[in-house]
Design a protein around this ligand. Sequence first.
Ligand SMILES: [Zn+2]
Length: 614
Amino acid sequence: MKQTFVILLYCTALCGCRNTEQPFKMIEQVDFSHIQITDEFWEPRLKSHATTTLAVCIDQIENQTGRIRNFENAAKGEGQHSGIFFDDSDVYKALEGIAYSLINNPDAALEKKADEWIDKFAAAQQPDGYINTFYTLTGLDKRWTNMDKHEMYCAGHMIEAAVAYYQATGKRKLLDVSIKMANHMMDIFGPGKRHWVPGHQEIELALVKLYHVTKDSRYLDFAYWLLEERGRGHGSKGDEGTWNPKYYQDEQPVRELSKIGGHAVRAMYMFCGMADVAALKKDTGYIAALHRLWDDVVLRKMYITGGIGSSRHNEGFTEDYDLPNYDAYCETCASVGMVFWNSRMNMFTGDAKYINVLERSLYNGALAGVSLAGDRFFYVNPLASRGNHHRKEWYGCACCPSQVSRFLPSIGSYIYGVSKNAVWVNLYIGNTAEFSVGKNKITLTQETEYPWEGTVDVTVQSVTSPLKKEIRLRIPDWCDTYSVAVNGKELDTPVEKGYAVLNQIWKAGDRITIKFHMPVEIVEADPRVKENIGKRAIQRGPLVYCMEQVDNPDDFDKITLSEDMRLSRAFLPLLNGVVWITASNDDWYISLIPYYAWDNRKAGEMKVWIDYKE
Ligand SMILES: [Zn+2]
């Protein structure tokens, strides 16, 4: 049986030639508007997102909670604010999800709903551009007095939604509202004006998106200024009595950071903002800091599921290797944040190690955040449960459901990248993609049963003229043995930074076949993770497995994996279709399902790390 040190897995990748890495963005993402997902794993999820997840979010926002009413009241200037002070952000994130959904699945009724909401947002905007229903309804005189009250966080999510909706529909009403709010913020804050350290990062990456759409460099400069404000004593000193600058990454100037700490989602959004700004400002200090931070989180503070932020106390990080299972926090938003950040790191470096982490977070930590039906969500994603942890339709703090609503319809964006010399195939998802490579237009298809099976066919369906570019195929870190063939002829391909490099002139009809050997693996944690000493986990391909009590009703706590276990697998129609794994010896017969699929049946215990007998 093969055993692997999960955390150490990444060490080999780390020895890569950092000094010769291209420091600025070398790869552009092929965004999901160019991609139609057609496989049996993701396509049903995108359908249930469009039909169910969005409907749940809209119902919660309009009927079950006062989120839309807050905008209506703010427009009238009367009535109460209900809910939490940052509830506006959920409405914006759901709208972003609607926008993304409209791009590949036009829906007139959904678009009408979005227009209705946008009218309400616009009506709630103050004449000077300010928009935030909490302060509008509780006292505008107190606005911009407390850095922990998420005014810029909400503004950031509005900007992201506005950019998404503008790109989806060409309608710019919310974009104009956002520009007015951004200008309002820049009237008050900035060089020679007031200092400000947003307590919850998000605005920085949003301002870069606003810059890309408007081409107005003031928004980029403002994002840069906000990042540079941090760690210089300008932030709130925890006047709420609970938190300190470490919690919201205000302890040190961001370019000096080496250790990840504090709130996990805030850290992820900040790193994305730093990467976006660094790409445009050519700030090598930011890039160096991001490399150090990546090492710290991936080598010492990440779960096997790609989840991060182990502690409920600060929704974030503690000490190195402190990765409890029952009490793992692993917020869904933090796993999605890992996808956002690792994608950016890959675009700087062309190194597959970032996509390996992205894939781990995507298929495990993030995907567990939504039920198979698309109607229930996890906020917290433990790696073991005594049977009392279940997905809910919504949360008082509903960042995770609204996060899922905007993340799922955009997953197509992580499949391909394009650089000067190459097309990069990062994820293996069945799809048809049409995009430009230089002056050429290419249509590629992928046919695969990934993540259940490791065979992938990538076919050049059409190309405007013969394409002399590399096609770079990511070789996942979980895969030891693979083959690559072009038009049926097996090739010995060089591998650079985790990509098999195919260099030839491509024409319509060319077919690449990749076969990844995908055995069931028994995985061992780094021995410094105390919780997992004497335990093992099961993984196959990108999927981490778990055992649930519903399948293993007898002696759940005593079940033990052992060296002599026979491992087998079968594709079963249960749980929307999964490869089911069984491990058996003379004492035990254990059934395991993919971690993302847990808590979709009868309530009961669950664990990823299982006792192991040598
Ligand atoms: Zn969340």
